[in-house]
Design a protein around this ligand. Structure first.
Ligand code: SF4
Length: 342
């Protein structure tokens, strides 16, 4: 009989397991603590459980069945993991640290590959393979915690895949992050390329993670040439859906805009974007395009970045420029391609 995998189990499920081996509820709490908060890799590290009980548990269960297939560390401290699941499929997960902050942010994947085919994205070249289960999603964060011994404080669903096309599993994983990892809901961010029906669905649920929307262009024509999803869910409908989302939830959204030299970084684009966002409670996060092997786009120059930011700020929006992390190991936005898979 295959062994039970304990990672991903809720306290109630762990209690069912400890009941089945005639151990106390307190034992389940100990297991829960060792798995989620201390993130140990082996039962022998669970020092407040007797050797005899640990041996009994180990006969029936394992902590995890995922492996680190490859690991790269950037000069800026970012770590990129290629994680392999039991069926041989792999995803990339990134841990970002920012020098001046105590935050440790994990950027997790929600699917193996992606069907959305955004032109600037290395993941798109993999095509869509399959959705990740809630346990496979949370295993990415557990892998980081086991490997580094550190506790992740923030999670962004900005890795491989479109989270809203795997919404049920993503919401289950968010619930586990919130309840079992004790990460506040506002420290959990879901990023979408604009799947309108799922944004509308998200607006109706009780607990809202932060919603980030990849816009990347200020009008239909430009966006369509960069993001095929625009053909199905156009920018005007997307804006209406976001306004309704803000109204329903009271939460501000984040607009992500990747600046690409000569393509969408002009003054005209900045003005058009400012106009488009009038009336939407939103912060804007500008992302500097990171070149990857698969396209011909270029990084914008410093002057156009600053002008673009200034114009948006003049419109009254809070604008940040995302700090570039891990570009030397292809761990930055749009660069996740499972390059080290084989
Ligand atoms: S940017 Fe996101 S949604 Fe677009 S292809 Fe890449 S992984 Fe998919």
């Amino acid at each position: 009989m295959p062994k039970l995998i304990l990672s991903g189990m809720s306290l109630d499920e762990l209690t069912e397991f400890t009941d089945s081996i005639e151990e106390s509820k307190y034992r389940a709490k100990q297991l829960h603590n060792w798995i989620y908060l201390k993130s140990v890799s082996g039962f022998d590290e669970m020092t407040d459980i007797s050797k005899k009980t640990r041996a009994k548990i180990e006969e029936l269960a394992v902590i995890t069945d995922v492996k680190i297939k490859h690991k790269q560390v950037s000069t800026d401290g970012t770590i990129k993991y290629l994680i392999e699941y039991a069926d041989g499929n792999c995803v990339e997960t990134v841990l970002m640290r920012f020098d001046n902050r105590a935050n440790l942010t994990a950027c997790v994947s929600s699917q193996v590959g992606c069907a959305c085919n955004c032109k600037f994205c290395a993941t798109a070249k993999l095509g869509f393979i399959r959705n990740l289960t809630p346990r496979e999603i949370i295993e990415q964060v557990l892998t980081i915690q086991r490997d580094t011994g550190l506790k992740v404080t923030n999670i962004v669903f900005m890795g491989q895949g479109e989270p809203l096309l795997n919404l049920d599993n993503v919401l289950k994983a968010i619930d586990i992050f919130n309840r079992d990892f004790v990460i506040g809901i506002r420290r959990l961010t879901v990023s979408t390329c604009g799947i309108i029906p799922q944004i509308n669905k998200l607006a109706q649920i009780d607990f809202q993670p932060t919603l980030a929307v990849s816009l990347h262009a200020p009008n239909h024509t430009l966006r369509e040439s960069l993001m095929p999803i625009e053909k199905k869910y156009n920018i005007d409908e997307l804006m209406s859906s976001l306004k309704a989302y803000v109204e329903n939830t009271g939460r501000r959204v984040t607009i992500e805009y990747t600046l690409i030299k000569g393509f969408n970084d002009t003054i005209q684009c900045a003005k058009e974007l400012a106009k488009l966002l009038i009336g939407l409670k939103a912060n804007i996060n500008l992302i500097i395009y990171n070149p990857n092997d698969t396209d011909t786009f270029e990084k914008p120059d410093k002057e156009s970045i600053q002008k673009f930011k200034y114009i948006l700020e003049q419109s009254g929006k809070k604008v940040t420029i995302r700090l570039e992390r891990g570009s030397d190991i292809d761990a930055a936005c749009g660069q996740l391609s499972n390059k080290m898979r084989s």
